[in-house]
Design a protein. Structure first.
Length: 180
C-alpha cells in the first residue's frame, strides 16, 4: 500500500513538473482606425539634410493624453518620428510617402530599436496605460489626401511578421516645435 501511495505521489510530482507555468500570451489586437492625431513640425532639424522634418502621432479610440502628454487608456498608437518634406513645406502635402533609410522629401524612417527605445516608424499596443507590444515597421508607405483642413491618410505598414493597413481621417492638431 505504501508503494502505491509513493507511486501516486511521484506521478503527481512528475505531472506538475512537466506542466508549463507560462501560459501563451495572445498578441494584442491592433486597432486600424485612428481617431485623433497630431502633426509635429520640427523645421530643418538636421543641419546636414536639406529637408524639413515632421512627425505624426496618431491614436485610436480609447487612448487620450494626460496633462503631461503621457498616453492613458487602451488602444493603438502609431508614431512616425522623422518624415522628410521639402524646405518650402511646413506640413504634409498630398502624395505618397515611402519608408527608406536615406532622408529625402517624401521619405520617412523605418522603425528601429535603440537599446529598448523605439524610433522611426512604430506601432504601440497600449493596455491600461501600459505598453503591451511594440511593433517596428519597415518597408512601408502611406498616402495623404488633403481636403481643406481634413487629412485622409492610408498607411500600408509592414513588420517582420505582419502587414497592417491603418487609416486616419480628420483634422490633425498642429504643433510647431521648430523653436525647441
Amino acid at each position: 500500500m505504501k508503494k502505491i501511495a509513493l507511486y501516486i505521489v511521484l506521478i503527481l510530482i512528475a505531472a506538475t513538473a512537466c506542466t508549463s507555468k507560462n501560459k501563451p500570451v495572445q498578441p494584442e489586437t491592433i486597432v486600424t482606425e485612428m481617431s485623433y492625431g497630431k502633426l509635429l513640425y520640427y523645421g530643418q532639424f538636421y543641419d546636414s539634410i536639406d529637408c524639413h522634418v515632421v512627425a505624426l502621432d496618431l491614436y485610436s479610440d480609447g487612448l487620450t493624453l494626460d496633462t503631461t502628454d503621457h498616453i492613458v487608456g487602451s488602444g493603438t498608437n502609431l508614431y512616425l518620428s522623422d518624415i522628410f518634406i521639402p524646405l518650402t513645406d511646413t506640413a504634409l502635402s498630398s502624395g505618397v510617402y515611402r519608408c527608406a533609410d536615406k532622408p529625402a522629401p517624401g521619405v520617412f524612417l523605418p522603425g528601429k530599436d535603440y537599446e529598448g527605445t523605439p524610433s522611426g516608424t512604430y506601432i504601440l499596443s497600449i493596455n491600461n496605460s501600459q505598453v503591451a507590444q511594440i511593433i517596428l515597421c519597415t518597408d512601408s508607405a502611406f498616402v495623404v489626401a488633403n481636403n481643406g483642413q481634413t487629412s485622409d491618410i492610408v498607411f500600408n505598414l509592414k513588420s517582420e511578421d505582419n502587414h497592417y493597413n491603418i487609416h486616419f481621417k480628420g483634422v490633425l492638431d498642429y504643433e510647431n516645435r521648430s523653436h525647441l
